[in-house]
Design a protein around this ligand. Structure first.
Ligand code: PMP
Length: 405
């Protein structure tokens, strides 16, 4: 019996996936040529599943800042934020993010995953309660395991269920922290944040919003769902990432809570890992500027999202409930989803295959994420391929399903 024997069922399921053609979990691009195109197996491929919402990965000014930083400050900090890994750039970026959100405090983490892991596991202690949406991202679930708080889940996007659960806990003496996401990463639906903020006010809970997929996407200034819903004053903590709209890697949390900074010496995923390299800090800072000085990026993103969403819905695919930059179609079975994904890739279109149990309602999904950098022609090409392959698999129009309510 080897130490890996417990993974035999996973190995078997994984081998089955690979029988369909490409291995969906080890796609390797030969080269990336732009925010929307890569070379894969020698073939030019449209990238429609990269979370590169504003297309800033190839922005010349961001590249220039990164290059300048690597030349002047080296390739890495080789240390943690609480040792040798805090440079002026880290503090400047924290100040810029705090300013952008109109908050007093900001902590920058090495990934968005660690921002959730660190903030959630540290904010709430063993006498507190973490109240999370059932469809929360893995980083939120993992934070629950890492922390000591009691965890309560409420039904996805259901403020009544949230109210019921908080109400039942009304005599519990500890703090309650409600955690929701701006845009949910699998179906692209937004949280009903106005209603959730009202529940928060009525029950005296704290509220954290993970704006990973909504920063740079929603709100008049790109601050995310809290801005778009007009409830920023009700949100106590905003978590976000640099790995999507800002085109790099890293995470952050902003807050107005007095003494928030004490977390810097209490939060283990902040303290016990190396800080972000200067080049990443520099490109992220510039991306934050670009995002603010060019609202046209957000408008182009919204138009592209609408084009893809309407196109796929019009063909008869079962799309999510809202036209956001994450556009997913639900397919009738795992096998069909895998076959569909392989055929798209063979025809030069890359997107994400998302399979149960990692998906809401155990739906097999083809998940697209649109970029401001996509041309209308690329979106049309993608829709054309969905139509062609959908028909060849017998999905159109026979399985025409209405969008989920
Ligand atoms: N929160 C959500 C909702 C996410 O979807 C993700 C990443 N997909 C993260 C946090 C983690 O971000 P990162 O990839 O920057 O670690």
């Amino acid at each position: 019996m080897t130490i890996l024997a417990k993974f035999a069922p996973l190995r078997e399921a994984y081998e089955k996936l690979r029988e369909f053609g490409h291995d969906p979990f080890s796609v390797q691009f030969d080269r990336i040529v732009s925010p929307t195109e890569g070379i894969l197996g020698g073939r030019r491929t449209i990238l429609l599943g990269t979370n590169n919402y504003l297309g800033l990965t190839f922005d010349q000014s961001c590249i220039d800042k990164a290059v300048e930083a690597v030349v002047e400050q080296g390739t890495g900090t080789t240390g943690s934020r609480i040792a040798n890994g805090s440079y002026a750039g880290h503090r400047d970026l924290e100040a810029a993010l705090a300013r952008f959100y109109g908050r007093q405090h900001c902590m920058v983490f090495t990934t968005g995953y660690q921002a959730n892991l660190g903030i959630l596991s540290t904010l709430v202690g063993k006498d507190d309660i973490l109240v999370i949406d059932a469809d929360s991202h893995a980083s939120i679930y993992d934070a629950c395991k890492m922390g000591q708080a009691q965890v309560v889940r409420f039904r996805h996007n259901d403020p009544d269920d949230l109210y019921k659960r908080l109400n039942r806990l009304s005599t519990h003496p500890g703090n309650k922290l409600v955690v929701v996401e701006g845009i949910y990463s699998m179906l692209g639906d937004t949280a009903p944040l106005k209603e959730i903020a009202q529940v928060k006010r009525e029950t005296g809970a704290f509220l954290l919003v993970d704006e990973a997929h909504s920063m740079g996407v929603l709100g008049a200034h790109g601050r995310g769902l809290a801005e778009a819903a007009g409830v920023e004053q009700d949100v106590d903590f905003i978590v976000g990432t640099f790995s999507k709209s800002l085109g790099a890697v890293g995470g952050f949390c902003v807050s107005d809570l007095p003494d928030f900074d004490i977390l810097r010496v209490a939060c283990r995923p902040y303290m016990f890992t190396a800080s972000l390299p200067p080049s990443v800090i520099a490109s992220t800072m510039q991306a934050l500027h670009r995002m603010q000085e060019e609202p046209a990026l957000r408008l182009r993103l919204t138009a592209n999202a609408r084009r893809l969403y309407d196109g796929l819905k019009g063909l008869g695919f079962r799309v999510g409930p809202e036209a956001n930059p994450i556009v997913s179609i639900a397919l009738p079975s795992r096998e069909i989803a895998i076959a569909f994904w392989n055929m798209l890739l063979d025809n030069g279109l890359y997107l994400n295959l998302a399979l149960p149990p990692a998906t809401p309602d155990n739906l097999p999904l083809l998940r697209s994420s649109v970029s401001a950098a996509h041309t209308p022609q690329q979106i049309e090409t993608a829709i054309g391929l969905f139509a062609q392959i959908g028909r060849s698999l017998g999905l159109l129009p026979a399985t025409k399903v209405h969008a989920a309510a």
